[in-house]
Design a protein around this ligand. Sequence first.
Ligand code: NAP
Length: 482
Amino acid sequence: MSDELIQSLPTGLFIGGKWLESGDGGRIDVADPATEEIIANVASGTPDDATKAVDAAYAAGVAWAATAPRERAEILRAAFELLDSKKDELAVIISREEGKTRAEGLGEMAYATEFFRWYSEEAPRIMGHFGRGPAGINNILVDHSPVGVSLLITPWNFPAAMATRKIAPALAAGCTVILKPASATPLTALRVGELLQQAGVPDGVVNVLPSKRSGEVSNRILEDERVRLVSFTGSTEVGRILMTKAAERVVISSMELGGNGPFVVLEDADMDVAVDSAMVAKMRNAGESCIAANRFHVHSSIKDEFAERFAAEMAKLKIGPGLEDGVDLGPLVDASTRDKVEQLVDDAVARGARVLTGGKRPDGPGYFYEPTVITDVDPAADILQTEIFGPVAPIVAFDDEDEAIAQANNTIYGLSAYVAGSTGSALRVAQKIDAGMVGVNRGFISDPAAPFGGMNQSGIGREGSQDGIHEFLEKKYIAVEW
Ligand code: NAP
C-alpha cells in the first residue's frame, strides 16, 4: 500500500503553482534506507530553473505582502487543518524516504503542522511601536515589512518539520519562498507544496525546487538582486559556505546548524528521570537530530549505575523497517551516515572504550546500526567532538560541577544541552552551559512556541515562537513630526 502512495506523489519542480520538468532532464533517485531500493525519482532543478522559481516568487510577492494579515492567517490555518488531516499519509512518506518509524513520522507531523497553526495566530499580531524621543520634541514610529523573496534550504532528517518551520513564519510575515529540500528526501517537500496550494496558498508564494546541483542552484538564487534572505538548516560546513556567498550581496542569513549536545547527569539526579530523558534525547529519530544528546557526562559516583541502566533500555529496542509493527528503531538515512557512525565507534573502542550494548551493524540490507552504549571513552576520541548522528551514546565521568561544565562546553557548537539533577543544581549548571536550548530533567525540548536555535557555530537566529516571524521582517523607523 505504501508503494502505491509513493507512486502517486508529484515528482516535478513546483514553480509558480505548476509542475515543471527540469531544464536538463536531470532526475534525483530517492532510496528507501530500510531496503536500499530506489522507490522514486524526482526532477532535479538547474540554475535556470532556479531563476524561474525566483521569477515566480518575485511576481507573487507584491500581492502576497499586500494581502491582509487576517487573510494570510486564514490560509495558514487552512494549511494546518489540511496537513493535519493528511498526517498518516505524510508519516508514511517520511518513513519511506528517511527511515524513521511510523510513530516518529507522526510525531514529526504533529510538530510540523503546528507551525502553521502557531503562525496563523502570529500573522495578525505583527505589531510595531510608537514612542517619544528623550528630548520630548520628536516622535518615533517603528513599523515592520516583509523582507521579500526568501530562499529556504532544508536537511533530510525532518523533511516536513524543517520545511514548515521556515515556510509558516515566512508566509505569515508576507514573504514568498523557494524551498530547496535535501536530495535524500524531496518527496515530503513536494507533497507539502501540493497540499499548500490546495489549502489556498496562491501560486508562486511557495515554490519547491529539488536539485542535486545544490551549490550551483543556491548560488544562482543568492546572486539574484530580487532575493533578500536565505534561511538554512543543515551542517555547519555548508552554513559557512552559504554565509560567505550571502555576504557578497549582504543577503540576510538565518542559520540553524550542527550540534554536539552534552547530557550532564549530576550526582543528585533522580536515576529514573535521568535514564528516561537520556533515551528520549539520544534516540529521537535514531539519533539523527541536530539536538540529539551526543555525549553523556556522568558524575563518577553514579556513572556505572547510569551506564548499565541506560544500556539495558537501549538493548530492548527492536530494529527494523520503520513501517513494520513493533519496530522502535529504523535505519539511518544512507550508507555514508551509517559508515561514519561505525567508524566513530570503532575508533573509540580502539582507544579503550568498553561496549555495554550494540557496537556493530546488523546483517542484511538497509542502513541499520545497533543501539549502542560505550563507556570509559578517551576524552580525546573523535566521537566526543563530532556530531554522531546515530544511535550511539558515549559516556565519560566527571568529579565535580566545574569539571562537568568544562566538559560540556568543550565544543565549537552550542545548540542543545541536557542536565539531569535536583532542580536547583540542574538550573545552576544549565545557566553555565553555552547552548541555545537546555532540557532540565527532560529529553524533549522542541516546541513551536519556543525559540529554537544555537549559539557559537551552531547558528544565528531563532525559529519558532514570536521570534521566528521576525527573521522574515525588516524593522522600519519613521521619524514623525506633527
Ligand atoms: P547538509 O549536508 O548541510 O545539507 C543540508 C541542505 O543543504 C541540503 O538541502 C543540501 O542539499 C544543501 N546543500 C548541500 N551543499 C550545499 C551548498 N554548497 N550550497 C547550498 N546548499 C547545499 O546537511 P544534512 O546532511 O542534510 O543534515 C544534517 C545536518 O543538519 C547536521 O549537521 C544537523 O545537525 C543539521 N541540522 C540542524 C538543525 C538545526 O535546527 N540546527 C536541524 C536539523 C539538522 P543536498 O541534499 O542536495 O546535498
